[in-house]
Design a binder for this molecule. Structure first.
Ligand code: CUA
Length: 366
């Protein structure tokens, strides 16, 4: 029995060491690891974190060693007298007052310095400002300096500070790009701010970090950092997308109350794809979609769900949880609850034909 227990314990210990070792390998490679900072803010925060890890690790080792030594050295043995009971020792008391004080100072000085640095917004003339609003379960991004609005997929220039003002439309969320900066709560009725800079061009992943309802875990974030010229091109495409206006046929379809009919063909001038897109636009503009989503190209201005002006250019659906493909989009529209439990958007039972037109249209919006 004894041998069996010992072998079980040995196996468990081995499994634990292997698991810790393997997870250690993964720590810095995962896209949301705060241990692999990729911006000046994340770097300052991670240096602070590592400083306390090393200090605390040292204390843990020293205290554990002293404890083990005392347990071993003064263990009970037959015939042994009670060891000397020390009622007080000035030298020891001085040591265990001064050493912790020094340790606290070692932690406090860099902490306070970093806190002040991070609380100071970066220089205004070189900073991009983004107003963020958290909703159950998606993110709105407004760029007040540029006059553009988008959702879930943030676009920023690399190597330029971005200042965020954070608001919530409903409950408490938390804005978090682990490789770029620490978490910041997004509160209803109170504006918070955070800023960061992304070191390199590329995609950074983030996550709502405060439980906000059933699909809290499905409330993801995505930031693409571009070169200055690529960013400028993105801004221009966004401006063009939001300045579009719907064609006459859509406006008249919105005014009619009956079900939408395919429009009369103007004699071969329109390709089948364009026909499908026109039909999709009309369906969008005259169905429930219009009440909740802003889409300049279809003339709608709802403010409940995400702005869809550049929908076809987005890589993901439903706040970053699905790839933006025709198949996923069709499933999304008709089976929202299955795709993202607790989502506010209702499932819309379109016919197969209408769905084809609607998805073709939405994905054409670039
Ligand atoms: Cu929003 Cu969790």
């Amino acid at each position: 029995m004894h041998a069996k227990l010992r072998s079980t314990l040995r196996k468990a210990a081995t499994a634990l060491i292997v698991a810790v070792g393997l997870s250690g390998c993964e720590f810095t490679r995962t896209p949301q690891s705060f241990l692999a900072p990729e911006g000046v803010v994340a770097r300052m925060q991670s240096e602070l974190f590592m400083l306390s890890v090393w200090l605390m690790g040292g204390i843990l080792i020293v205290v554990t060693a002293l404890l083990v030594y005392a347990l071993w050295r003064f263990r009970d043995r037959q015939g042994r007298e009670l060891p000397f009971q020390n009622p007080g020792n000035h030298r020891f008391e001085l040591v265990w007052t001064i050493v912790p004080t020094v340790l606290v100072i070692l932690l406090a000085v860099p902490s306070v310095r970093t806190a002040y640095t991070l609380a100071t917004p970066p220089p205004e003339d070189e900073t991009l400002v983004v107003d963020v609003t958290g909703y159950q379960f998606w993110w709105k991004f407004e760029y007040p300096q540029l006059g553009i609005v988008t959702a879930n997929e943030l676009h920023v220039p690399a190597n330029r500070p971005v200042q965020f003002t954070l608001r919530s439309a409903d409950v408490i969320h938390s804005f978090w790009f682990p490789r770029l900066a620490g978490k910041m709560d997004v509160n209803p009725g109170k504006v918070t701010t955070v800023w960061w800079t992304a070191d390199r061009e590329g995609v950074y992943l983030g996550q709502c970090a405060e439980y906000c309802g059933t699909s809290h875990a499905n409330m993801r974030l995505r930031a693409t950092a571009h070169s200055e010229s690529e960013f400028e091109a993105w801004v221009q495409s966004m401006k063009a997308a939001q300045e579009r206006t719907p064609p006459e046929s859509t406006i008249s379809a919105m005014a009619s109350t009956g079900p939408i009919r395919a429009q009369a063909q103007p004699g071969g001038a329109v390709s089948p794809d364009e026909e499908l897109i026109d039909r999709g636009r009309e369906i969008f503009a005259s169905s429930a979609c219009a009440a909740c989503h802003t889409l300049a190209d279809a003339g709608t201005s709802g403010d409940v769900g995400p702005n869809l002006n550049n929908f076809g250019a987005r890589e993901t659906l439903a706040a970053g949880i699905y790839e933006n493909t025709p198949e996923n989009l069709k499933r999304w529209i008709t089976r929202t609850q299955e795709m993202k439990p607790g989502v506010i958007m209702p499932a819309l039972p379109f016919s197969e034909e209408d769905l084809e037109a609607l998805t073709t249209y939405l994905l054409s919006l670039k």
